[in-house]
Design a protein around this ligand. Structure first.
Ligand code: IMP
Length: 199
């Protein structure tokens, strides 16, 4: 049975990525849930060694739920390119290296696409809500679009400047946070989570 999260609960956000934290906080806020970040609790980041987004999201959520003794929400997400068979995918953060150099990661995507005319790209987000007793609920969202070059815009984070969602003239990097948030893979996964688990 799907487990719900009661309004008034404190939830650990198991992410150390500021861009993601801001987006998840905005999504959770209307539901009367108090959030605290894994960073604020001093929780370590686990090794993300699952083979897919959902597995990595669960791994991060369980690590935070068990260490914090509270329900925890984690996102595992990434940028996927059709011409690269879905890469960088679950390796999206790793392509930016330890320095988190996203201009460099975007340049690598463009280099590897080469002359391929297939510019289809998408973002995936898996959200896992986990409890310290070992129960978890997982939801996946996706937004489709085009990998553009050169990158455009300085808003957002990660691969936002090279992603133009279908039906829009702006990249995520050119959109304001208010424009981007409802369109995202994360918002779509969260809508499923809210319908199933939140009051
Ligand atoms: P994770 O922390 O392992 O889930 O890393 C996800 C990576 O995917 C991030 O570091 C970003 O590079 C990328 N990513 C995920 N969501 C977005 C987004 O909304 N915009 C841009 N990049 C994203």
């Amino acid at each position: 049975m799907v487990r719900r999260l009661a309004s008034g609960t404190t939830l650990v956000l198991a992410s150390h990525n500021r861009g993601k934290l801001a987006e998840i906080e905005a999504l959770v806020q209307p539901f009367g849930i108090t959030v605290i970040s894994a960073g604020a609790l001093g929780l370590a980041e686990p090794e993300e060694d699952a083979p897919d987004f959902a597995g990595n999201a669960r791994l991060k959520a369980f690590a935070a739920a068990r260490a914090g003794g509270l329900p925890a929400l984690a996102d595992d997400s990434g940028f996927c390119v059709a011409a690269l068979a879905g890469a960088p995918g679950i390796h999206s953060a790793r392509w930016a290296g330890r320095e988190r150099d996203f201009p460099d990661a975007m340049a690598r995507v463009e280099r590897e696409i080469g002359g391929n005319p297939d510019r289809r790209a998408w973002f995936i987000s898996a959200l896992a809500l986990a409890w310290p007793d070992g129960h978890a609920e997982t939801f996946v969202g996706r937004v489709d679009g085009t990998a553009v070059w050169p990158p455009r815009g300085t808003n957002g984070f990660g691969y936002d400047p090279m992603f133009q969602p279908l039906g829009y003239a702006l990249t995520f990097g050119e959109m304001t946070p208010e424009q981007k948030r409802p369109l995202t893979h994360r918002a779509r996964a969260f809508a499923l989570l809210a319908a199933a688990c939140l009051d």
